[in-house]
Structures are given as C-alpha cells and as structure tokens.
Design a protein around this ligand. Structure first.
Ligand code: PBG
Length: 322
C-alpha cells in the first residue's frame, strides 16, 4: 500500500498543521431578545441559557462580552403592544429602537445588527399586512422599510430583513439612502425556509402565526435551486450580505450559496437546532462542547463567513472556536 491517508493523522501537531478550517471568533453573531420593563431576565424554557432581557438587564449582560471577545449581537424586539399594522415595529420609541440607543451609548464598539420583521409586532403573528387570509406583499414593503429606517436612526450598525417578502431589500435600500444612511449595510435573510426548526424562537418571541403558516412567503424545504434564485435577487437588489437559514439541515444550500455569491455569506444556526443540542446535553446523551465545536466548523467548511448562533457566548467562554 503506497497511499495511506492515516500518515497525516498520527498526532495533534500534524493534524493541526493540515486543518483546512478554523472558526474565527470575529465571525460569530449572538442573537438576543429584548422586552419592555425593568429588571427582567427571564429564561426561555425551550432555549436553556437564553433569556428575554429588559434593556437594563441587556446592558448588564453585554458588559461581560468584551472580556470574552464577543463583538456583535442580532437584536429581536418583543413589544408589549401588537396590532394589525405592527406599529411598534417602526416606533422611534419602540423597544428595539431604545435598546439600540442604549447599547450604542454604553458600548460604542459593539456591532449592533437588528432583525427587521413584523411578525413579533403583528397581532396575528404573520410577517406582513394581511389581505384575504394571506400576507399582502407590496403594502408590507413600506412598513419593513420604515422599520429598517427607524433602526438605523436609533444607531443600528446593520439591518437584517427576515420577512421573505419579494422586493424588500430594494425597498429598504431606497428608504435608507433617501434618509442619508447610504453606509448602513443590509444582511438579507435570502434563503429562509419555512422550517419547523424555528419553533423555540416563536415561543421566545411570541410570534407564531395565529392562523395558517408561513409557506406563502418562506421557502419550501424541498427546493435548493429556488434558494439560489432568492440569493441572486437579493444581491441584485443591493444586499451586502446574504444568509441561509436554518443551518445544519441546509448545509447543501449554504455550500451552493457560497459558490455563487460574490458577497459574504451568513448562516443562522436557529433556535430548534440549539434546543436539540441543549436537550440532549441535559440528558447526558452527547458531548455538548464537542457537538457545538463540530457544528460551528461544519458551517465554516460549508462556506459561511458569518455564523449567527445562540452558542456564540458559550463557544467563546469555553474556547470552542479558533
Ligand atoms: C422573524 C424571524 C424568525 C426567526 C428569525 N427571524 C422566526 C420565523 O420566521 O418564524 C427564527 C430564528 C430562530 O429560530 O432562531 N421572522
């Protein structure tokens, strides 16, 4: 036998020398949930280790990040008031807008990304305005654009539309540019699937649709060519970064996206993926740290530049990246 691949696996030094992939701590983004009130730090039952924070508690939590090298957060707002027009989503005094102001005032170097969607703010839990029992695309665009602008005005470093309406990247770009926010990047949730893996998030954000489902706007899990179409459209409309979501069950889509994209690619390691790891770990059925490390590497190997993950903080604390 002349060719023996095991020669290069004999010890850690040679294995490290030829390792193709490393996860850069700078590429991790930590999603966080912010609620109204004071002194609130409420654990999300289906996402052990993740919390809903009021702004004062959010600031306390974020104060620990510089020490571990966590540099970026993705913010989700959970308002007290929901209605048919998602008016709290684009209220300058809304919970996310106030959280962004507080974060940027206290931690100017923290890179604050905001999720732009209406589902948490709509009384019916859908991601846009309802007409004839379905989300009406074009009137929704104006509300999304207003929401993104209010985030930028509050000081968000980047906005991330997750609604999956057609044409929303262009609508948001135009609105931001008109107001002078030409340098605010858009990270588009481009290939976002109608996935069961968002279940725990919807508990956390109280955003499950009250009727029907999201299949008329989020993508059919059976398709990957369609994902590339969505990615291309978002890039044409001006997306600075494109995203694939969920992550682990869609690594093939991530790989294909990384191959065709000429802008950076993000992946979202979503709530259901996190919940499964935590549940198995709590039962002692898996080696949690090894699973987290392996998952993060898988995203990188498949082509992700940015990894949005609820594991970000613990991965840095426990030294699972690098
Ligand atoms: C809002 C939004 C969702 C997620 C991110 N933005 C929920 C959904 O589309 O129903 C899911 C994130 C996760 O599961 O961690 N539209």
């Amino acid at each position: 036998m002349i060719i023996r691949p095991r020669r290069l696996r004999q010890n850690e030094t040679i294995r490290n020398m030829i390792a193709e992939t490393a996860v850069n701590s700078a590429s991790l983004v930590y999603p966080m949930f912010v609620v109204e009130g004071e002194g609130v730090k409420e654990e999300i039952p289906s996402m052990p280790g993740q919390f809903r924070f009021s702004i004062d508690e959010l600031l306390k939590e974020v104060a620990t990040f510089s020490e571990i090298g966590l540099k970026s957060v993705l913010l989700f707002g959970i308002p007290d008031h929901k209605d048919e027009m998602a008016s709290a989503a684009y209220d300058d005094d809304g919970v996310v807008q106030r959280a962004v102001r507080a974060l940027k005032a206290n931690f100017p170097d923290l890179y604050v990304i905001t999720d732009v969607c209406l589902c948490e703010y709509m009384s019916h839990g859908h991601c846009g305005v309802i007409k004839d029992n379905d989300v009406d695309n074009d009137p929704t665009l104006e509300l999304l654009a207003k929401t993104a602008l209010s985030h930028a005005v509050a000081g968000a470093d980047m906005v991330a539309p997750s609604d999956m309406m057609d044409g929303r990247v262009a609508a948001i770009r135009e609105k931001l540019d008109e107001a002078g926010f030409t340098n605010t990047p858009i990270m588009a949730y481009s290939a976002k699937y109608a996935s069961a893996f968002y279940g725990p998030f919807r508990d956390a954000a109280d955003s499950a649709p009250h009727f029907g489902n999201r299949k008329t706007y989020q993508m059919d899990v059976r398709n990957s060519r369609e994902a590339l179409h969505e990615v291309e459209l978002d890039i044409e409309e001006g997306a600075d970064i494109v995203m694939v979501k969920p992550g682990l069950a869609f690594l093939d889509v991530l790989r294909q996206t990384a191959e065709i994209s000429n802008v950076p690619v993000a992946v979202y390691n979503v709530s259901g993926e996190y919940a499964m790891v935590k549940a198995a770990a709590q039962n002692g059925w898996i080696d949690e740290n090894a699973i987290i490390r392996e998952s993060l590497i898988a995203f990188k190997r498949a082509g992700a530049d940015i990894i949005i993950t609820y594991h970000a903080k613990e991965a840095l604390e426990k030294g699972l990246v690098g």
